[in-house]
Design a protein around this ligand. Structure first.
Ligand code: 3NM
Length: 213
């Protein structure tokens, strides 16, 4: 089983970006291209639909040795036997989430400034998201934090962080140059006709920078 430290490329579902194309096909392609983590992020589905998707993605990730994380919902994460749950700043406090899911499950936190990331680390988060680095239609209304937050995170955090928000093969170089070694993407991967090829490209960029460390 992969640990969070081993994971470099994190892909989140975004079904609005592939209308008419099955979730299964898109996420399987992302994993084939090198996604180490898949997160189910589904703000619109019914509980039954969300459970069905979670069960499916759990089986898919297990088959390929990837991690599976559920956005926002500790109950669904537990019911689907996910590897972790991901929380935003306005979701459940980390301590309460930990009480619900126990020590065995990963907890990730979205952060938008270094104080939030340091607080998440102190409170026992297993990883944080750092973003949105660039403006993104996937999370509208949130101000871009730019690569300067990525540099701060690289200098100050001990736990793994994933740069997120507008991450694509075209932007990855600048984000990696700022100090990120883990990337997370939605639209650039799942909205592309060839999700596997985008993942391969992102993974290569990460590995190139790792080799220079
Ligand atoms: N969280 P895309 S940015 C889900 O900064 C999410 O916490 C963010 O989507 C954060 O790769 C984001 O399409 C959306 O830009 C990322």
């Amino acid at each position: 089983m992969r640990t969070i430290e081993d994971c470099k490329l994190y892909v989140i579902t975004g079904e609005q970006y592939h209308p008419g194309r099955p979730l299964a096909e898109v996420m399987e392609a992302a994993i084939a291209g090198g996604a180490d983590i898949v997160q189910l992020r589904d703000k619109n589905g019914t509980p039954a639909e969300r459970f069905a998707k979670a069960k499916f993605l759990r089986a898919l990730t297990r088959r390929h040795g990837a991690l599976f994380i559920v956005n926002d919902d500790t109950e669904l994460a537990l019911a689907a036997d996910a590897d972790g749950v991901h929380l935003g700043q306005d979701d459940l406090p980390l301590e309460e989430a930990r009480r619900r899911v126990g020590r065995g499950m990963l907890i990730g936190i979205s952060t938008h400034e270094i104080a939030q990331a340091l607080e998440a680390e102190r409170a026992g988060a297993d990883y944080v998201g750092v973003g949105p680095v660039y403006p993104t239609a996937t999370k509208p209304g949130r101000k871009a934090v730019t690569t300067s937050y990525v540099s701060e995170a690289a200098a100050m955090l001990r736990i793994p962080f994933f740069a997120i928000g507008g991450i694509a093969p075209e932007t990855a170089g600048d984000v990696l140059a700022a100090g990120a070694r883990r990337l997370c993407a939605v639209s650039a991967v799942v909205g592309h006709p060839d999700p596997a090829a985008v993942c391969v490209s992102l993974k290569r960029s990460i590995e190139k920078w790792e080799a220079l460390d």
